[in-house]
Design a protein around this ligand. Sequence first.
Ligand SMILES: *Cc1c(COP(=O)(O)O)cnc(C)c1O
Length: 495
Amino acid sequence: MKYSSTRGDSVQVTAAEAIIKGLAADSGLFVPDELPRISPSFIEELVPLSYEERAVKVLRLFLTDYTDEELKTCVENAYGKGKFDCAGRAPVTDLGAMQVLELWHGPTSAFKDMALQLLPQLMSTALKKTGEQDNVLILVATSGDTGKAALEGFRDVDQISIMVFYPEGGVSRIQQLQMLTQEGKNVNVTAVRGNFDDAQSGVKVIFANQAFNEQLAEKGVKLSSANSINWGRLVPQIVYYFSAYADLRKNGRIAAGEEVNFTVPTGNFGNILAGFYAKQMGLPVHKLICASNANNVLTDFLQTGRYDRNRAFYKTITPSMDILISSNLERLLYHVTGDKEQVADWMAELNNSGSYEVDVKTRGIIKETFWADWVDDAATKKCIKQVYGQHKYVLDTHTAVAYQVAENYRHATHDEHVMVVASTASPYKFNGSVLDALQAETAGLDEFALLDKLQELNENPIPAGLAALRTKTVLHKGVCDKDKMNEAVMNFIAR
Ligand SMILES: *Cc1c(COP(=O)(O)O)cnc(C)c1O
């Protein structure tokens, strides 16, 4: 299977090349030239398998230049070896009206682990397969979750090192400790004197600085990125849609071939797009429901066909969804229209004016599959309290957005298909807002006391990675000015 850009560049690359490059030369995203189709028996055969075995079966349909042996090793390194705290890796919890797909059992307690555990393995294998001699340096600017998940995924991976920049004072104490205590011989974490945008622009400037990249090349180093436009971050996510369906078959919740719905809390449109790929491949999915917070640019787009980022930006209790440019939507537009020139035009409009509008036909096709709604912070908290009251089950804030939107969908449509809600973070990761929603007394409690407090209410224990922070040593103390990030990179390379 070959990959090429969503924007018309006709260069075709293998999956390994797409994963190393990250972005196509014309700034488009790599997409497969055709989508594999599965038969009903493919799904039935997944039912008795482990998550790792299911993953190899799905991945091999897209990563056709990797051998089964290579994929098996990658998957074992990513999901095996005690890194996940439950045997199912991504289990489905039955709450009666809703099936909750828990994607946060990995080392950093957020769904980013599902992809960022596997991407480094796929990238390291790709370097070997393509005979690349240089070392790769992954640069990440983070507002919290992605940085830690990327550090944990890339630590001690052959031929690759990783450097994470975060805004000094701009992440939660737990998130900061998670990063500063990161072990591994190929990792660095540096605080930037500035906000997230400063850190992000700093990284972009480094990527675009040709002289600097030539200096790096002399030292045998190439830059790459781990953000969610990389195909190697998207393809691992397709797996858990199949796995969730196989689990529902396994416990008899659905009949063979029965269609189900998925509701997904959405930011960059990466998670839900993986669900779209699964549906296109033949997984029996009726609707994909896109759940947003007050930054409801996707709700508006899916309802009206007009994407408009020119609007107020809100800081919410679901920070991982506080996004106004959902990069992966570009891939959906390509698959729906099959027209790369058109996609390139819309993306140029977005870049120039901050908005674009798709034609009626495209809008119609998207609406056949997607439904969308959003909820505010108050409704999110109310949902956490209500679900806890009914089931003694604690939702994180992002998951609660999806749960509430799933209920809104049912109410609006009377569609009774089995509903799977994607749960994207452990409630412990956002303990302050969650305890607030549960109306617990939190005055004067520090981060660790908050974890203990939530533990009193939650049947699931505190995840090991978060509990261990109490006693871990801070290993990364670097701080730099926002215009000195390239010096920090050079110092890290020269270490
Ligand atoms: C990243 C993230 C999301 C959004 O996922 P996208 O793939 O960007 O749509 C939702 N919830 C949590 C907890 C996340 O970390």
